[in-house]
Design a protein around this ligand. Structure first.
Ligand code: NAD
Ligand code: GLY
Length: 369
């Protein structure tokens, strides 16, 4: 049953798929079942999301396909679970299910579940289907789309992973009602990123609609998700493996990942920044560095900081993180080539670019300020 309020974004390329956005999607058994080719489903989720939604998804699927064998895998909630050890647990769950090559992994959760379960799907029998059921705003606008899957290791974020595009993405906007406000704000950082890197009009809209977005207004959120997915789809369709323009989606991420790795992963229940918050700080630092290098105006950097600040996001590096240690982390970024710092910087709002061989002294100066 398709609902009128559903918006769809097609992702083209070698492995095309559709992103559906709207209310009620994860309980639409027929829609879920369309994506299942075989008899085995692993429903992967985390300890916050599973009690809220996993039973409903399972029942909806079973109502339409009673013969399906549905296993459940529940990860302890939080970034600290995105590890090789828990990846191994997901693989064990697929093995226990007896999952064959036509199995399907449903990733019901935020980016942590999506990245880890997607990586398990990429590796089990060298690749089985994965359907992304994102439950955070961040996952709906970014991590569920484009096929990047990974886990963290102590040396850095997302250093072990694979490109494995999903078979479908079903972004059920009803699920955002239970999302903690801090996580909603974290998602808004990634939404703002699309305006910052390629869409000045969207940037303006995000500023004008900030109260509605922060209040969780369904229409405003659906519009923000759809526009973000259109941007992401356009980029990953042209550059699925990040050989070129996809790197622009990482504005602020080299700084942000360094902060996350240096503070220790986490966010809920402690003072550490979560991923979206770290990206917010990182984007402000990238914009400041761009201004320092004469690429962009300081006014545009201030406008970006103002938007993120209006969303209640942090815009400064947390106290206690040493600039030299952050720089050392940045040297391990996947975008670097031949030992040179390669960063996404910008020419102003809506105009990001990859800058190879960025002067480390300039980066250190921004980290110190
Ligand atoms: P997350 O998955 O940790 O979710 C945040 C918190 O919200 C968790 O505690 C979770 O249990 C809870 N939660 C999720 N949905 C909920 C709901 N509907 N109701 C109540 N609670 C809910 O974090 P995230 O911000 O979604 O994702 C961050 C991760 O995504 C990072 O690991 C980051 O590296 C990754 N990421 C990947 C990509 C990619 O392209 N693959 C892009 C961006 C980010
Ligand atoms: N979130 C960055 C990317 O998907 O490339």
């Amino acid at each position: 049953m398709r609902h009128e309020a559903i918006r769809s974004v097609e992702v083209g390329g070698a492995a095309p798929y559709r992103i559906d956005i709207g209310p009620g999607l994860v309980y639409d058994g027929a829609l879920l079942a369309q994506r299942v080719r075989g008899r085995h489903v692993l429903l992967a989720s985390d300890s916050n999301v599973a009690p809220l939604y996993a039973a409903g998804v399972r029942e909806a699927l079973h109502a339409v396909r009673p013969e399906l064998q549905i296993g459940t895998f529940v990860l302890p909630a939080g970034e600290e679970s995105k590890t090789l050890a828990h990846f191994g647990d997901a693989i064990e769950a697929l093995a226990a299910l007896g999952a064959t090559r036509d199995a399907c992994v449903f990733a019901l959760g935020g980016g942590v579940v999506g990245d880890l379960a997607g990586f398990a799907a990429a590796c089990w029998m060298r690749g089985v289907d994965c359907v992304q059921l994102p439950t955070t705003l961040l996952a709906m606008v970014d991590s569920s789309v484009g096929g990047k899957t990974a886990v963290d290791i102590p040396q850095g974020k997302n250093l072990v992973g694979a490109f494995h595009p999903p078979r479908a993405v079903l972004a059920d906007t009803d699920l955002l009602r239970t999302l903690p406000p801090r996580e909603l704000r974290a998602g808004l950082a990634e939404v703002a990123k699309y305006g910052a890197i390629r869409d000045p009009l969207f940037f303006e809209w995000l500023h004008a609609e900030r109260a509605a977005l922060l209040a969780g207004d369904p229409a405003a959120l659906a519009q923000a998700i759809a526009r973000s997915c259109e941007h992401k789809a356009e980029i990953v369709e042209r550059d699925p493996l990040e050989k070129g323009e996809r790197a622009l989606l990482n504005l602020g991420h080299t700084f942000g990942h360094a902060i996350e790795a240096e503070q220790g992963y986490g966010g809920m229940g402690n003072d550490n920044l979560n991923h979206g918050e770290a990206v917010a700080v990182g984007m402000v630092l990238a914009a400041k560095l761009s201004a320092d290098l004469g690429l962009a105006s300081a006014e545009d950097a201030a406008r970006l900081a103002a938007l993120l600040g209006a969303y209640g996001l942090p815009t400064r590096i947390p106290a206690g993180l040493a600039p030299e240690a952050l720089l050392a982390r940045m040297r391990l970024d996947k975008k670097n080539v031949a030992g040179r710092l390669r960063l996404v910087l910008w020419r102003g709002i809506g105009r990001a670019e990859v800058v190879p061989d960025v002067d480390e002294a300039a980066v250190l100066a921004v980290l110190k300020n």
